[in-house]
Design a protein around this ligand. Structure first.
Ligand SMILES: [Zn+2]
Length: 124
């Protein structure tokens, strides 16, 4: 490669890095949307407190933070198990009551299942 070609390449790379801000501190792109539907992103330091509103870059009106997928929100929603859902509808006391009811039915042979002699003696 000639010296000229090398220099040209370096120029292109340098200007590209400056545009993208690759050499700056860690940043996050925060999206805002104004009432007219303009959407734009503002770069903030990852440590910065994100303002809830910003002046629209297109029309200058007030634009609000678009918080579609904030990382904290994902963390606050752990996967719910069947047990979790059950416990939202019933207290443990209620479940024990239901269990007792079912057991009583079983022991009295009310569900028409095979009943052990031992079990029917207990419930009688
Ligand atoms: Zn706007």
């Amino acid at each position: 490669m000639s010296e000229r070609a090398l220099r040209g390449t370096r120029l292109v790379v340098t200007s590209y890095e400056t545009d993208r801000g690759i050499d700056l501190a860690p940043r996050q792109a925060v999206e805002y949307a104004c009432e007219k539907g303009h959407r734009f992103e503002m770069p903030f330091s990852v440590e910065a407190e994100i303002p809830p509103e910003w002046e629209c870059r297109v029309c200058g009106s007030q634009a609000l933070l678009v918080d579609g997928d904030a990382p904290e929100e994902k963390k606050a929603k752990p996967a719910r198990t069947h047990w979790d859902m059950l416990m939202e509808r019933r207290t443990r006391e209620e479940l024990e009551e239901v269990l007792e009811e079912r057991l009583a039915v079983l022991r009295s042979g009310g569900m028409n299942l095979a009943v052990h002699p031992r079990d029917s003696r207990k419930s009688a």
